[in-house]
Ligand binder design. Sequence first.
Ligand code: KDG
Length: 316
Amino acid sequence: MDIVTMGEAMACLVADSSGPLRHVRMFQKHIAGAEFNLAIGAARLGISTGWISRVGQDEFGTEIRTILQGEGVDVSQVGLSDRPTGLYFKEYSAFAEPEVFYYRSGSAASTLGPDDIDPAYIQSARVLHLTGITPLLSAGCQAAVWKAIEIARAAGVKVSFDPNIRYKLIDRAEVPAFFRPFIAAADIVLTGLGEMREILGDSGAEAEALEEQMLALGPGLVVVKSGGGGAVARTASERVSEAAFPVARVVDPIGAGDGFNAGFLSGYLRGWDLQRSLRLGNLVGACAIGVHGDFEGYPDWRDAERLLDRGQGSTR
Ligand code: KDG
């Protein structure tokens, strides 16, 4: 396995019209979840990927496994739970980014615990990719994440971490103390400027100073995603930046960050240099934002290869 990841996938009900959900009559149903998205994005790029989770014994749980199987993601570590698969709604307004409303408390994935982590499965990976969402789902999920990290570190498996801070799951004041141990335990951190400010508790610092502070916590590589502003990869000796792919129409930015991670890690695992890995990350992120679902726009390897040197963020 090239990448092993773990987390929650949910049914996502996307409003068909803007405005408060109480007035919305029609929803498009999708399936999404940060690590689920990444697993699909990487698998489409030819990277062997496995996803650890639990789903409900319900229609959405079946759909989640069916999608992953169709995309070529290994689901051997996806257990069943008596609890329902989680659910969330996406609301659009004229001015702000889409807002999400979760119905995931006590969900199937939140029952994941350390006993669900098979050491051999983690040891088989080249990268263990985690986000800050999973350890916030329950105490069991948090213990499972730490068990996976410990196994990976002991086995020399690289740990990749995206804080993916969700303020509906954690209070702002708790962010630095909660996230710093994960940053310290990771080899690769994939994050954003705003997230670095929150985690470091430093609202005034410039990007380069924040990157240095992140590196000082422990990871060897910090990648900073800035959407339309491109991305930067920073190590102790190098700072590489790459412009974003131009996008004609932004439909929904959610899912772009996971797509970026899938592209960047796929380049990295192919042995590409930081510049080209950033470029592949930017391409997958750009492909994501033209569609409503999180992962549906991600390119397959044939499209990615064709677009990578053309500099256009459209898959056709
Ligand atoms: O990164 C996209 C995710 O935020 C979305 O798919 C939902 O996983 C999700 C979450 O927990 O917010």
